[in-house]
Ligand binder design. Structure first.
Ligand SMILES: [Zn+2]
Ligand SMILES: [Zn+2]
Length: 400
């Protein structure tokens, strides 16, 4: 499913949305750049349980390959996502450990298990103010469990309306997505939020991908932010260059599990962050990440992480990947996509598409190779990139 998940977007509409954001950006940008020459400190989050009104804290709770973000400002708190089903108790205990009894706002960004899995447990365990979830749902038991927990508490779901703002004491959460109601991929239905506190701001993307990013840009929202919670666990299907340029963050947080089945974070995302010198904080390397803002600068409970990537994701250069649905259709053709122009092969790279699994050392040319049959996650990329990842053994069956 994730093999060819959509990155390909038409160039035409990108230029349009770019100009739109430029005009809205220019007015508001001025003050931020000069302010935040921040230091990374290594304070323990445990010591800091009673937050003064003058601080905003974002806890990117380590829930493995999933999302859960707790936001605190004084006596108000907001939870965005609650991890996978088995993470519910951990998330609840983490929040209780901070002395929190009521969640003023709970956001389920979208109906995937790695975001709302633990949500039913959370809803049962706390007083809840309002619950925000997109209309797009699915038919899974996980989703139904959440709806049941909401109904049992007599709560109603508030639909996200882009442009609406929620106050959290002196912090403001502005909804910037979803801007449509029907998406091919549920990820694009993600509620995305820009959180502002004094001169600091934070873009929290859920699993929003290129389609939603483009819509946010087209809307002309001011999305410039100090920190970007990178969409979809660092997948190549999110964080387009246009979007990253518009947010232009100093810091990026990636919520991602060690050795996950998806090869997240992907190379193209990490390359983009590295090229802009954005400091990266990632839960697979650092565990729970706490970012603290005093309204002027942001500090972290840990030093920064690496630009290492686990997989290649969609090969952006191949150009012909349709952005939707067709998973198996890409076949097993070892040669690169046929083009009318004579294909000049660069001597430094081998463009043949190779397949691999996160744990193994071998590569394959046949996606249906019998030795891959039992793997649930088969990733792909250009052979030279795959070999660079350490998958150096050609499969005896299909790559000799
Ligand atoms: Zn996710
Ligand atoms: Zn998702």
């Amino acid at each position: 499913m994730f093999l060819f998940a959509g990155v390909g977007c038409s160039e035409a509409s990108k230029t349009v949305s770019n100009t739109v954001t430029k005009t809205t950006e220019s007015t508001k940008e001025t003050s931020k750049e000069t302010v935040a020459d921040t230091k990374d400190t290594t304070t323990k989050e445990a010591e800091k349980t009673n937050t003064a009104l003058g601080q905003l804290k974002l806890h990117f709770i380590d829930v493995g390959q999933a999302d859960s973000i707790l936001i605190q400002n004084g006596d108000k708190s907001m939870l965005i996502d609650a991890g996978n089903n088995p993470d519910g108790d951990d998330v609840v205990n983490y929040i209780k450990g901070l002395g929190i009894k009521k969640l003023d706002v709970v956001v389920g960004t979208h109906a995937h298990e790695d975001h709302i899995g633990g949500m039913d447990t959370v809803i049962k365990s706390f007083d809840i103010g309002q619950i925000i979830m997109p209309k797009a749902g699915n038919t899974t038991k996980t989703f139904e469990d959440v709806l049941t927990a909401i109904a049992n508490k007599g709560l109603k779901i508030t639909s996200p309306v882009p442009g609406n703002e929620i106050k959290l004491n002196s912090a403001t959460a502005k909804i910037v997505a979803p801007n449509g109601s029907e998406y091919k991929d549920l990820n694009d239905s993600s509620v995305a939020i820009k959180l502002t506190f004094g001169e600091n701001s934070f873009m929290l993307m859920g699993d929003a991908e290129a389609v939603s990013e483009k819509e946010i840009l087209a809307k002309g929202f001011d999305i410039k932010a100090d920190l970007l919670k990178v969409g979809h666990h660092g997948s190549s299907s999110s964080t387009t260059q246009e979007f990253l340029n518009a947010v232009n963050p100093k810091y990026a947080v990636i919520s991602v599990g060690k050795e996950n089945d998806y090869g997240h974070p992907h190379k193209s995302t990490m390359d983009k962050l590295k090229a802009k010198g954005i400091k990266v904080y990632r839960t697979d390397e650092l565990g729970t990440i706490v970012a603290t803002s005093d309204g002027k600068s942001i500090t972290f409970n840990t030093k920064e992480g690496s630009y290492n990537y686990a997989g290649l994701g969609t090969s952006a250069s191949s150009g012909s990947n349709s952005s939707s649905g067709s998973t198996a259709a890409k076949s097993t053709a070892p040669a690169s996509t046929p083009t009318p122009a004579p294909a000049v092969t660069k001597s430094s790279s081998d463009d043949r598409i190779a397949y691999y699994v996160p744990a193994g050392k071998s590569y394959h040319f046949n996606k249906s190779c019998s030795t891959l049959a039992r793997s649930k996650a088969i990733l792909s990329g250009k052979l030279s990139d795959v070999i660079a990842l350490g998958k150096s053994d050609p499969c005896d069956k299909c790559a000799k």
